[in-house]
Write a new protein. Structure first.
Lengths: 661, 498
C-alpha cells in the first residue's frame, strides 16, 4: 500500500515539473507559510530549554528542602554489600545508579541540575531513537513532565518510600530503555532484509532477562517500543512485523515471571511486571495515583512513534502542520507547567518542617527558630517540638517558648496517608531530649521498614556515641565513610571513636549527654506516640542535678497545663537559679496559677515583673469583655491572639484540641 | 600489529594484576600479632571450612600475608585485605589436618614495611557439617519487613534463601518468619513458623509440605520454640505469650519477656497436639531432646504473679529481674508419648542467674546453654555467656574461652559434636554474628572464630543479625517457590488431645 501511494505521488508530481517553464515562479503561498526543515531544528531546543526552566523552577526554587531530605532518607555506599543488596531485586543497575545519583541531591542545585541534564539527554535520546520530527518535539516533554511529577508529588510519602533510588529511578530507567531500544533496532537484531524476524531478535528476547535483571521493568520497555516504532516506520514486512510483535509480547508477558522463578525469592510474583514502579504503600493505605506518573513516563513515548520522520516526505513543513505543531508545543509547555504546579506539594509546613529538621540536625538553633517565626499559619506538632529543642539548646525556653506558634496543624496530605511522627522525626526529637535508646529504636524500626538511610545512620552513630558503644559507633562511621557527602562528618567522629577520652571536647554532644546522664533507667514504651511520650516523661520527671533537665521538666509541666506538676518544678527552678532573673513565661505561669488556685500556692510575696501582672489584667479584662459580647471561647481566642498570643495565658486558655500523631 | 600489541598489553596487565605479592624484604619487626578482622589468630578451624579471609586493621595502606603450611606456602594481599584462593585453601587444609598453618603478616605504611609476629591457625582433623541455616533480621524491635531464612554452604561462600517472606508479604499483609528447626540435622523433616499474614507452621515431612495451625482452644498460642524428636515424627514446642519493652537507658535496649508459657507435643502424622507441661506458676520454654530421644530437656522459671489489679504484662515489666529460668529434664516414653516427672538439672536462679536454650551434644554427654542474669532473651543481655555442663559428672565445664564481654547465646553442637556454633555480639555489641568454636574429644573448648565470608569486611557493612544458627548435614531441598505456594494455602488446624 505504501508503495502504491509513493508511486502515485511521484506520478502526480512529475508532469508539473516537466511542464513548468524554467522561469516560472514557485507556488508563492506555500513558500510564504512553510518553515524550512533546516530551520526547524530550533524548535526542539526551545522546547527543552523552556521545560528545563519549568523543571528548575519546581525543583530548585520550590523543592530544594525536599530534595535535601530525599537524599538524607536514601542510601548509597561504595561497597560490594550494597551492590549485592541491589542484585536481590529486579533492576539492580537501576537501583545502584539511581541511588548513586540521589547522593548529589545533598546539594539540591547540583542534584537538580544533574536530573535536568539527564532529562535533556533523555529528550534528545528519545528524539533520536524515535526519529521524532522537529516540529513535534514537544511531545517528548510528556514523559519528561511525568518524571518531573514523580519528584514533586511525593509529599509526606517521602518518609515512606521504600524503593531503592526512587528519585532518579524513572529518569535512569527511561534513559536505559531508550538506549536499549536503539541497540535493539540495530540491523544485527532486526534484519530488515528478511521477511520474518531473524535470529538476532530472538537473541535479543533471550537477553531481555538480563535487561530485566539490571533495569527491571524499564529493561523490557524496548519490547514495547520496537514493534510500535517498526509498525509506523513501515520498514518491516507484514510477517516480520507480526513476528517481532509476537516475540515482544511473549517477552513482556513471560520474562518477569521466568526471572521471578529463577532469580528472585523475595518479591511477590504478581509484582514482577511492575517492580520498578515504586509502590506507595503504608499500613492500610495504598496510593495508586502516585504510581500513574511512572506509568505515564513509560507509556507516553509510544506517541512518539506516530510522529516519526519518514525518508520520502517533503523537506519543508507545511503551514497547517506548522500551525498545529505550534499549538501543540505551546499547549504542552503550558500543560507541563500546570500539571507540575497542580502536583507539586506546596504546603508551607511540609517544606518548613524539612528546613527546621535540617537546622536541628546541624545544630543551627537560630535558623530553626527563624524558620518557626516565619510560618504564615499554624505550626505542625513536629515543628513545635523542633522549636522547643532549638530553644532549650540556646537557653531561651523560659522567655520565648510561647512567643512562637504552639498549635497543631495536621500534616498536609493529598491522599489518605496517615503520617506518624515516629516515622518522620522521632529519632532526632528523642535524641535531642537525651532519650537515646528511643532514638536508636526508631532509627532501627524505620530502617527495617524503609532502609538504613544516611539520616538514620547519622542518628545511630550519635546515639551509640552517647551510649559509649564505641564499636558499633565505629561500624556506622565506617559505613558513612563510604559515602560522598557524609564522609567528612564520619571522619570527624572517627577521631572521637579512636580516642573516647576526648568525648568532652566534642561539644555537639554536651546538652544531649547532660540530659541522658541525668535520666533514670527503666523499662518503658512510647506506644508509637513520640510527642505524648516526651511530654509525659519530662513533665513527670524531677531532677535537681542538671539545670538543663530540670528546666525541661518545668517546661513540659507547663505544656501539660498541670498545676500540681508545675509548682514543685517552679520552686526547684527558682532554687537552682537563685539570683537570676525569672524568665517571662515562668512568671506568667506562676502568676496565672496563683490567681487560679490561690489555695495551692500563695504568690503574694513573689516578685513578679509589673509587665507580667499588667498583661494578665489586660488579658482578663479583654477576654471578659469579649465573652460578654456573645463570642464563644474559640472566637475569643482568635480575637486575642494578636495581642496575647505570645503569652502563657493565651496558651493556657486557648491552645486546645491539639492532636499528636 | 596494533591489535597484537593491544592484546599483549592487556595480557601483561592481567598477569600483573593477578600475580602474587612478594614478601617484602627488610621489613621492620613488630613484637605483636596484627589486629585482624575477623580474628583468626590462634583459632582451631575445621578441615573443610571456607577460606578464612581477613582484613588487617593496623594503620597501613597495603598488606602481604605469607601463609605457610605443611607442604608449601602462598602469599596474598589486596590492599588491606587478604583474600585466599579457594582451591589453594582447600589444598592447604588437606595438607594441614591436625597441624598448624602459620600466617605472617606484613603491612606497609608511608612506604615502610612492618613484619608482625606470625600467628597460627590450627586445622582440626574433624570436619564440620557442610551447611548451616539462619534467619537474617535487622536487630529489630517491633517492626519487621524483609526477613529470610537462609542456608549457607560453609565449605564455600554460597548462600541461598530457604524462604523469604517478601515472596508473599507486603505492608498490612506483612509476615514474620522464625524458628526453623530440623530433625537430627537432616532437612527432610524440618519446620519454620509464619506469623501474622498467612500464618501457620510450615512442616516438611518427607515429601510432603504442609502448613499447620498449632493454636488450639486449650493452648496459650501456636507452637513457638520447637524441637523435633531425633527419631520419631513428633515435635516438642513451647507455647508462649511474649511481650517486649524497652530500656530507656541501659545498653541492653530491649527486654523480651514471656508472661505465660507451656510445653506441648505435636504428633506430625496424626496432626494432634498433646500438653506436656502447663503449670500456671511455671514458665516452661526451650525444649530440646537428648540424642537418644528418651529425655526432653527444657527451661522453666517459677514466677508467681502477686498483683491481680494490674495486667500480667505490667507486673512482669516491673519484676522482670525476678524472672529466672532453671534447667530441667523429663523422661519420654516413645510408645505412649508420655513424659515422666521433671528433674532439676541446673538451678541457675539460686545464683541469681537465668539459664536458657539448652542443647545436648550428639554423644549425650554435654549440655550447652546460655546463661544471663535474668529473663529468657539473652542475645540482648551483654553479660550472657555460653556455658557447658558435663552430664556425666554434673560439673560445669570451663568454656570461658569461647565467650566475650558482650552477649553470647544460642549454642548448638555440630552433628559430630566437635564444633559449637553460637550467636555472638562481640563484634560491636549490637549485631549478632555466627561464631564457631572447636570442642575437642577431651571436652575442651578452643577460641571461637567468626564464620568466614568472602569479603572480610562483610560484617562491618552488613546491617542484619544472624538468628538461630543451626547446623545441617544437607541442604534444604524444598525450593523457596514451593514454600511460597504452600504459604498461600490455608493452614490445617491441629487438634488438641485432652
Amino acid at each position: 500500500m505504501a508503495q502504491k501511494y509513493k508511486n502515485k505521488k511521484e506520478t502526480a508530481k512529475k508532469p508539473s515539473f516537466v511542464s513548468a517553464p524554467a522561469t516560472a515562479p514557485k507556488t508563492k503561498e506555500r513558500k510564504t507559510f512553510a518553515i524550512p526543515s533546516k530551520a526547524s531544528f530550533i524548535l526542539p531546543i526551545i522546547c527543552i530549554a523552556v521545560f528545563a526552566g519549568i523543571a528548575s523552577y519546581f525543583l530548585i526554587e520550590k523543592n530544594s528542602d525536599m530534595l535535601f531530605m530525599a537524599q538524607s532518607k536514601s542510601r548509597f555506599f561504595f561497597d560490594q554489600t550494597f551492590w549485592e543488596e541491589c542484585l536481590k531485586v529486579p533492576g539492580a543497575a537501576l537501583s545502584w545508579i539511581s541511588s548513586y545519583l540521589t547522593q548529589y541531591l545533598y546539594e539540591p542545585t547540583l542534584g537538580a541540575s544533574i536530573m535536568i541534564g539527564m532529562w535533556v539527554v533523555l529528550f534528545f535520546a528519545a528524539k533520536f531513537v524515535f526519529k521524532v520530527k522537529n516540529e513535534w518535539s514537544a511531545l517528548i516533554l510528556l514523559p519528561l513532565t511525568a518524571l518531573l511529577v514523580t519528584i514533586i508529588q511525593t509529599g509526606y510519602w517521602i518518609y515512606y518510600i521504600k524503593f531503592f533510588g526512587y528519585w532518579f529511578s524513572g529518569t535512569v530507567g527511561l534513559l536505559a530503555a531508550m538506549i536499549l531500544t536503539w541497540i535493539g533496532m540495530q540491523s544485527f537484531f532486526i534484519d530488515r532484509k528478511y521477511t520474518l524476524v531473524n535470529a538476532g531478535y530472538i537473541l535479543l528476547a533471550v537477553l531481555s532477562i538480563l535487561c530485566y535483571r539490571y533495569f527491571g521493568t524499564y529493561g523490557l520497555l524496548p519490547f514495547l517500543y520496537i514493534p510500535i516504532i517498526e509498525m509506523f516506520r513501515g520498514n518491516l514486512s507484514r510477517n516480520g512485523l507480526i513476528a517481532t510483535a509476537a516475540i515482544s509480547l511473549l517477552v513482556l508477558i513471560v520474562i518477569p515471571q521466568v526471572a521471578h522463578n529463577m532469580m528472585y525469592n523475595n518479591i511477590r510474583a504478581d509484582l514482577a511486571w511492575t517492580y520498578s514502579v515504586p509502590a506507595f504503600q503504608s499500613d492500610n493505605v495504598t496510593s495508586s495515583a502516585k504510581q500513574y506518573p511512572f506509568f505515564a513516563a513509560m507509556l507516553t513515548p509510544i506517541l512518539l512513534a506516530f510522529v516519526q520522520k519518514r525518508k520520502n516526505k517533503g523537506s519543508n513543513i507545511g503551514a497547517l502542520t506548522a500551525f498545529c505543531s505550534l499549538i501543540v508545543t505551546v499547549g504542552i509547555l503550558i500543560g507541563s507547567y500546570i500539571i507540575a504546579d497542580e502536583k507539586n506539594i506546596d504546603n508551607y509546613n511540609y517544606h518548613a518542617e524539612m528546613r527546621m529538621y535540617r537546622a536541628i540536625d546541624e545544630q543551627r538553633w537560630d535558623d530553626a527558630l527563624e524558620e518557626m517565626a516565619s510560618i504564615p499559619g499554624d505550626a505542625s506538632r513536629e515543628m513545635v517540638l523542633l522549636k522547643n529543642i532549638a530553644l532549650f539548646n540556646n537557653g531561651h525556653m523560659g522567655d520565648k517558648m510561647f512567643k512562637y506558634n504552639n498549635m497543631g496543624e495536621p500534616p498536609y496530605v493529598d491522599d489518605s496517608l496517615y503520617v506518624h511522627m515516629v516515622q518522620t522525626a522521632a529519632p532526632i526529637i528523642y535524641y535531642n531530649h537525651g532519650k537515646v535508646n528511643f532514638s536508636y529504636r526508631w532509627c532501627i524500626e524505620n530502617s527495617v521498614e524503609f532502609g538504613f538511610s544516611f539520616d538514620n545512620l547519622k542518628n545511630l552513630t550519635r546515639c551509640s556515641i552517647i551510649n559509649h558503644e564505641w564499636e558499633v559507633a565505629r561500624k556506622y562511621i565506617d559505613i558513612l565513610k563510604k559515602t560522598i557527602y557524609y564522609k567528612d562528618w564520619a571522619e570527624h567522629l572517627e577521631k572521637l571513636v579512636d580516642n573516647p577520652s576526648t568525648f568532652a571536647d566534642y561539644h555537639e554532644f554536651g546538652n544531649v549527654y547532660e540530659l541522658y546522664s541525668h535520666m533514670g533507667s527503666v523499662l518503658d514504651g512510647d506506644n508509637g506516640l513520640c510527642e505524648m511520650y516526651v511530654l509525659n516523661y519530662f513533665a513527670n520527671t524531677q531532677n535537681k542535678d542538671s539545670k538543663l533537665l530540670q528546666e525541661l521538666t518545668l517546661n513540659y509541666a507547663m505544656v501539660q497545663k498541670d498545676i500540681q506538676l508545675f509548682w514543685p518544678r517552679f520552686m526547684l527552678y527558682a532554687q537552682l537559679h537563685n539570683g537570676e532573673k525569672m524568665p517571662v513565661h515562668y512568671q506568667e505561669a506562676a502568676y496565672l496559677y496563683g490567681c487560679l488556685e490561690p489555695q495551692t500556692m500563695d504568690i503574694s510575696r513573689m516578685p513578679f515583673d509589673e509587665s507580667i501582672i499588667k498583661k494578665y489584667e489586660d488579658f482578663q479584662q479583654t477576654s471578659q469583655s469579649l465573652l460578654r459580647t456573645g463570642l464563644n471561647a474559640q472566637d475569643v481566642g482568635k480575637s486575642m491572639k494578636a495581642t496575647f498570643g505570645d503569652t502563657f495565658y493565651w496558651f493556657y486558655f486557648f491552645c486546645r484540641d491539639i492532636h499528636s500523631y | 600489529m596494533k591489535k597484537i600489541l593491544t592484546i599483549l598489553s592487556l595480557a601483561a596487565l592481567l598477569v600483573a594484576c593477578s600475580s602474587r605479592p612478594s614478601v617484602p624484604t627488610g621489613a621492620q619487626k613488630e613484637d605483636k600479632t596484627p589486629v585482624i578482622q575477623p580474628d583468626y589468630t590462634e583459632v582451631t578451624i575445621p578441615c573443610n571450612i571456607a577460606p578464612c579471609n581477613f582484613a588487617v586493621l593496623e594503620p597501613c595502606d597495603e598488606v602481604v600475608a605469607r601463609i605457610i603450611y605443611n607442604g608449601g606456602e602462598y602469599t596474598y594481599g589486596e590492599g588491606r585485605k587478604v583474600i585466599i584462593d579457594e582451591a589453594e585453601w582447600k589444598q592447604m587444609l588437606e595438607a594441614s589436618k591436625g597441624k598448624d598453618i602459620k600466617v605472617e603478616v606484613y603491612a606497609k605504611k608511608d612506604g615502610n614495611w612492618k613484619a608482625y609476629k606470625a600467628f597460627n591457625i590450627n586445622v582440626a582433623e574433624e570436619e564440620i557439617d557442610q551447611y548451616i541455616s539462619y534467619r537474617l533480621i535487622q536487630p529489630s524491635y517491633v517492626a519487621y519487613e524483609q526477613l529470610s531464612i537462609n542456608q549457607r554452604d560453609i565449605t564455600t561462600f554460597e548462600e541461598k534463601d530457604i524462604y523469604n517472606n517478601m515472596s508473599v508479604s507486603t505492608e498490612k499483609d506483612g509476615q514474620c518468619i522464625n524458628c526453623h528447626s530440623y530433625q537430627n540435622y537432616k532437612t527432610d523433616h524440618m519446620l519454620f513458623h509464619m506469623r501474622q499474614s498467612l500464618g501457620g507452621t510450615m512442616i516438611v515431612n518427607g515429601n510432603s509440605v504442609q502448613k499447620i495451625d498449632l493454636k488450639t482452644e486449650g493452648t496459650i498460642s501456636a507452637g513457638v520454640y520447637p524441637a523435633w524428636h531425633p527419631t520419631k515424627n513428633v515435635i516438642a514446642f513451647s507455647t508462649n505469650k511474649t511481650g517486649q519493652s524497652f530500656h530507656t537507658k541501659d545498653n541492653a535496649k530491649i527486654e523480651v519477656q514471656d508472661t505465660q508459657s507451656d510445653l506441648i507435643l505435636y504428633d506430625v502424622d496424626k496432626n494432634e497436639v498433646h500438653i506436656i507441661a502447663n503449670d500456671s506458676l511455671e514458665l516452661e520454654v526451650f525444649p530440646t531432646w537428648a540424642p537418644d530421644g528418651k529425655t526432653l530437656y527444657y527451661c522453666s522459671a517459677h514466677f508467681e504473679y502477686q498483683n491481680d489489679s494490674i495486667a500480667k504484662e505490667s507486673e512482669m515489666i516491673k519484676r522482670y529481674k525476678e524472672c529466672r529460668y532453671d534447667l530441667y529434664k523429663m523422661s519420654f516414653d516413645e510408645k505412649t508419648l508420655k513424659f515422666g516427672p521433671r528433674e532439676l538439672i541446673y538451678c541457675a536462679s539460686e545464683n541469681e542467674q537465668s539459664a536458657t536454650l539448652p542443647r545436648i551434644s550428639p554423644d549425650g554427654r554435654y549440655l550447652v546453654f546460655a546463661l544471663g542474669n535474668w529473663g529468657c532473651f539473652h542475645i540482648w543481655h551483654p553479660e550472657a555467656d555460653v556455658k557447658c555442663i558435663d552430664l556425666k559428672t554434673n560439673e560445669m565445664v570451663d568454656v570461658s574461652i569461647i565467650n566475650s564481654k558482650y552477649a553470647e547465646s544460642y549454642p548448638v553442637f555440630s552433628s559430630n559434636g566437635r564444633w559449637i556454633m553460637m550467636e555472638s555480639r562481640r563484634d560491636d555489641s549490637n549485631y549478632t554474628r555466627p561464631y564457631i568454636a572447636y570442642f575437642d574429644k577431651k571436652g575442651k573448648a578452643h577460641k571461637a572464630f567468626e564464620l568466614p565470608q568472602k569479603d572480610p569486611s562483610f560484617y562491618t557493612y552488613f546491617l542484619r543479625s544472624y538468628n538461630r544458627t543451626e547446623f545441617m548435614v544437607e541442604p534444604v531441598s524444598v525450593t523457596p517457590q514451593e514454600f511460597t505456594a504452600v504459604a498461600k494455602t490455608d493452614a490445617k488446624k491441629a487438634t488438641l488431645v485432652k
